[in-house]
Design a protein around this ligand. Structure first.
Ligand SMILES: Nc1nc2c(ncn2[C@@H]2O[C@H](COP(=O)(O)OP(=O)(O)OP(=O)(O)O)[C@@H](O)[C@H]2O)c(=O)[nH]1
Ligand SMILES: [Mg+2]
Length: 578
């Protein structure tokens, strides 16, 4: 293929530019960068322009068809190219007159995407088109092919035409001696020698000259029979090699690739810089969140430690309250009270648990309100710490509840209500009533039985007194008294025992109270500070996600970078010395 090396470089660069542009877009980069890259991609597509000139019927159109292996230009024995044909790529064949005697023809031929071909009528046919060709097409041409026929290479019009070409553009001119199959190699040698001599005389320079047979080349390409031999004989291989070199060595094109690469490299550098800066930021942010999480845990411990004093004081308060209740109970637990209770059936000490609950609230309530305020203050301070470190990126509006109340205040109120219910739970857990009731019932039963046991002794004593005399009567009275006394002692011992049980119960529950309150306070603190985890965790996950995607992008950018370096190396050999 003609210009394979150039097209290979160009297509690699095009792919890299495309990848880079999509990365810029993906990263939401600047529209300018995307625009630059898209323009670069479009500019790479600039096709090569070949202009073919020569006298009528020398085989210009046949030469073009053979060169590109396609029948896109009409050929024939009579003059067929009657105007300037500008061949470009199109999805279907179409033809538009773009200027008097200039026709733009669109043909669905792949190579026309890279090459625009200008086929011209014979220089000896219509004079007024010469100007158009020299002024309009030659300056835009990468290659101007002068075709001569081996049958008559000396037609004056082609040579005259060449004189009209500005010297500047002559460097793009090559000579093609066509239809060489109609002459012997010796004749061709004579002709080419003379053509060289002539061009040196008239233009003071040599033009690259190729003796070819488009007919044979076309046959080789189209039929495939005896392909190698036909192609070798056609002289096309040397010509194609020269054109390839012209294309690949085209300083303008290579410089263009080079500057496209440089511009793209600049965009890439910026993108890489931005990506790595952002990656660093993201990692920093992630680290910061981890630090804040750790700090949050420490803060929870710190806040919890502040409860110890309150727990100690509450323990003391509890002992006092318990003592008070035991004293209170003591009055109800007297023998007299037991006897009084016979009449009034439900004379258990009323609601001892409610009393101790209220007593505890009265003694320690204020202290725990203070603890709740400590929690609120610590929470606010931590909120400040987070806002400060997170520089407003975290949406602390979330730290309001549905009613728009501060979460810290909510935490305080919640703490207080939870403290009260913990107390209630504890007091219920004491099961005072259950401890006291059996003993009370027993003593009441004993009190109730007392008269029934003691009463029969009285008439018995009286009878003994009457029958056996006063001595026996006295003994009977003593027995009665002793029995009554014994019963009272038993009754009192039972009551003491119950009271002791109650006191022990209170004492044993001290640890439970401490545990319940400590657990409750810990739970409230952990819950309150838990909101920061709920706030930080999604942010951390987002960052984690972004970190991963930035790493992926970075890898892809490095791939483009590597490819750019390779391209730069390849281009180096083709760039004109600066
Ligand atoms: N033997 C031989 N004949 C050729 C060769 N190339 C072209 N011809 C013939 O020469 C004639 C003219 O060919 P074209 O390609 O139409 O020539 P042209 O220069 O485009 O002609 P115009 O467009 O009229 O100026 C045709 O009959 C071709 O078959 C060749 O290499 N060898
Ligand atoms: Mg023609």
């Amino acid at each position: 293929m003609i210009g394979e090396e150039y097209f290979d470089l160009r297509s690699k660069l095009g792919t890299d530019l495309y990848v880079l542009a999509s990365l810029v877009k993906e990263l939401g980069g600047s529209g300018d960068d995307v625009h630059i890259l898209e323009n670069l991609i479009a500019s790479l597509r600039d096709p090569f322009v070949f202009v073919v000139v020569g006298e009528v019927n020398v085989g210009k159109s046949t030469f073009l068809n053979a060169l590109f292996g396609a029948d896109f230009s009409r050929t024939g024995v009579t003059p067929t190219t009657d105007r300037i044909y500008f061949f470009k790529h199109g999805n279907e064949v179409s033809s538009t007159t773009i200027a008097p005697s200039v026709e733009e023809v669109r043909v669905p031929c792949g190579f026309l995407k890279d090459f625009h071909i200008v086929d011209t009528p014979g220089t000896n046919s219509i004079e007024n088109e010469h100007q158009q060709i020299t002024e309009r097409f030659v300056p835009m041409a990468d290659l101007v092919v002068f075709v001569f026929s081996a049958m008559n290479p000396w037609g004056a019009s082609a040579w005259q035409f060449l004189e009209k070409v500005h010297r500047h553009w002559m460097r793009n001119v090559i000579f093609v001696l066509q239809q060489c199959d109609l002459r012997t190699p010796e004749e061709i040698q004579v002709i080419t020698d003379y053509m060289g001599q002539l061009s040196r005389q008239r233009f003071n320079r040599d033009f690259p000259l190729f003796a070819i047979s488009a007919k044979k080349a076309y046959l080789a390409r189209s039929s495939g029979l005896d392909r190698e031999r036909l192609l070798a004989e056609s002289g096309f291989l040397a010509l194609e090699a020269h054109i390839s070199e012209t294309v690949t060595q085209s300083p303008a094109r290579m410089t263009k690739l080079g500057s496209a690469l440089r511009l793209a490299q600049h965009v890439l550098d910026q993108l890489m810089h931005r990506t790595s800066t952002r990656l660093e930021q993201v990692q920093e942010r992630k680290h910061l969140i981890d630090e804040m999480q750790a700090e949050r845990e420490v803060q929870v411990l710190r806040t919890k430690t502040k409860f110890t004093a309150a727990l100690d004081v509450t323990d003391r308060d509890y002992r006092e309250a318990a003592m008070h209740v035991v004293t209170l109970a003591d009055k109800n637990f007297s023998v007299r009270a037991a006897f009084r209770a016979i009449k009034e059936d439900n004379r258990l000490p009323a609601n001892l648990d409610l009393r101790i609950y209220q007593d505890m609230l009265a003694r320690s309530g204020e202290r725990w309100h203070q603890v709740a305020s400590i929690l609120e203050d610590d929470f606010k301070r931590f909120e400040d710490y987070i806002s400060h470190h997170w520089r407003g990126e975290l949406h602390l509006t979330e730290l309001k509840n549905d009613e728009g109340e501060d979460v810290s205040t909510e935490a305080r109120l919640h703490f207080i209500s939870k403290f009260e219910s913990a107390m209630r739970r504890f007091v219920l857990g004491l099961k005072i009533q259950e401890t006291v009731e059996p003993g009370m019932m027993r003593s009441r039963l004993r009190a109730r039985r007392f008269p029934w046991i003691v009463a029969p002794f009285m008439p018995a004593t009286a009878a003994v007194w009457a029958i056996l005399g006063w001595q026996a009567g006295l003994i009977g009275a003593a027995v009665t008294l002793l029995t009554a006394l014994m019963l009272l002692v038993i009754l009192r011992a039972g009551l003491r025992h119950t009271l002791r049980q109650l006191a022990d119960q209170f004492d044993n529950a001290r640890d439970t109270l401490r545990t319940i309150l400590s657990d409750q306070a810990t739970e409230e603190t952990v819950n309150a500070f838990g909101i920061f985890t709920r706030l930080l965790q999604p942010a951390r996950e987002d960052l984690q996600h972004e970190e991963q995607s930035k790493r992926d992008v970075s890898t892809r950018l490095h791939e483009v970078q590597t490819s750019f370096q390779k391209l730069a190396g390849q281009l180096q050999g083709h760039l004109p010395p600066s």
